[in-house]
Write a protein of this length. Structure first.
Length: 380
């Protein structure tokens, strides 16, 4: 049997939740049966591009999609499919923008057209605009996404999701959902006290209580609120430090906020890292006050590392695989979150690997399941 090549569709293969998720599957899937190729919408190189090519994947590049005037994109995509006419599976991770590539894939009679839901965006709120929780650019983006999402199901014929909340947001409740969880190699995140001590020493955080956060530096992740939590903690104990792993457009703004809050010496921007599983060992708490999410991979990773987690109650409760997760409201003052951390205090990290596996978030068995889906849908 010939190798089945699946066309995975992304904006760019940089380090992000959906991108890390698909790479986890890609690394573990049987490459003698299935190969992933990638259609991206940036000309610049992504963080994972070299690894993709080393695993045998092909990266195809198109220009960004203009959702207001998509005609030029449709022409480019038609040209692409005329040349690359052997794909039988297209798996789009563009959320509401999936309607654009899937429309042309349907036109070219590609038999398996998967739209994959990764996030659930809150409804537009006048309060969030007035209070500047959203700027006009973000509001405009949200309006476009809300208008486009009704078109996605029209062009897809398989409806994948990271969790129930994200799937029902994108597709509604009338379509059968296929759950493809944000699975991880649970054993690689298992807590190791020696690694924790080693990394704290390397990063000059020995003896500190480290609040960790992993995520792109953009408005969705609500980093400003996170900084205010640290300021509140500093009122009680200056041994609390914050480590932020990730890059994004808000980095300079957040650094200025640190100066304004007088916490710069206790906030550490680590940027993009390839040793994230080891960094989780160094954290003492994981704090994640996002405005909205689908089913964030980072919360699964944090639990696999045995961390106490404080997360926004806007995030689906499907993420709670262990008793270590505490959901709090971001409408409460940051002091509420700080007090919860102080209330938890010192705790003993434990091995949660089995809970991750039982919760069906371990990559080994999940990669086998998705491979079977791809093979079965092609065989008919």
């Amino acid at each position: 049997m010939a190798i089945v090549r699946v066309l995975q569709v992304f904006t760019i293969m940089d380090i992000g939740g959906a991108e890390c998720m698909i790479m986890n599957y890609y690394r573990k899937i049987d490459h003698t049966k299935i190969q992933f190729d990638f259609l991206v919408h940036r000309q610049s190189e992504g963080d994972f591009d070299k690894e993709i090519e080393s695993l045998g994947g092909v990266i195809h590049r198109l220009n960004p999609i203009n959702p207001i005037f998509p005609k030029r994109y449709y022409t480019a995509l038609r040209n692409f499919f005329e040349i690359n006419n052997s794909y039988q599976i297209i798996h789009s991770h563009l959320n509401t923008f999936s309607c654009f590539p899937l429309k042309i894939a349907k036109e070219f009679k590609i038999p398996c057209r998967i739209a994959h839901a990764h996030i659930a965006i809150d409804k537009l709120s006048l309060f969030s605009i007035i209070s500047q929780k959203e700027n006009l650019k973000e509001t405009a983006k949200k309006i476009i996404k809300l208008r486009l999402k009704k078109k996605v199901a029209r062009h897809a014929n398989h409806y994948f999701t990271c969790g129930k909340k994200a799937g029902e947001w994108l597709f509604g409740k009338q379509f059968p959902l296929t759950l493809m969880t944000n699975a991880i190699d649970a054993k690689s995140f298992r807590f190791d006290e020696n690694v924790s001590l080693k990394y704290k020493s390397i990063e000059n955080l020995k003896g500190k209580t480290v609040i960790g956060h992993v995520g792109r530096l953009d408005i969705q992740k609500n980093h400003s609120y996170l900084l205010q939590i640290l300021r509140e903690l500093g009122e009680q104990n200056t041994q609390f430090h914050l480590v932020i792993v990730g890059e994004g457009p808000l980095k300079k703004k957040l650094m200025l906020e640190c100066e304004s809050l007088k916490i710069s010496e206790r906030v550490h921007f680590f940027g993009l890292r390839t040793d994230v599983s080891q960094l989780y060992q160094m954290f003492d708490f994981f704090v994640f006050p996002s405005f909205y999410e689908g089913l964030p991979l980072t919360l699964i990773e944090a639990q696999a590392a045995g961390l106490m987690v404080l997360a926004s109650d806007t995030i689906t409760k499907e993420t709670k695989l262990t008793d270590n997760v505490n959901f709090l409201s971001i409408t409460n003052p940051p002091s509420t979150w700080a007090n919860k951390i102080l209330e938890i205090g010192n705790y003993k990290r434990r091995d949660t690997t089995n809970e991750i596996i039982v919760g069906k978030y371990d990559i080994i068995s999940n990669a086998h399941e998705i491979a079977n889906f791809y093979l079965k849908v092609i065989s008919g």
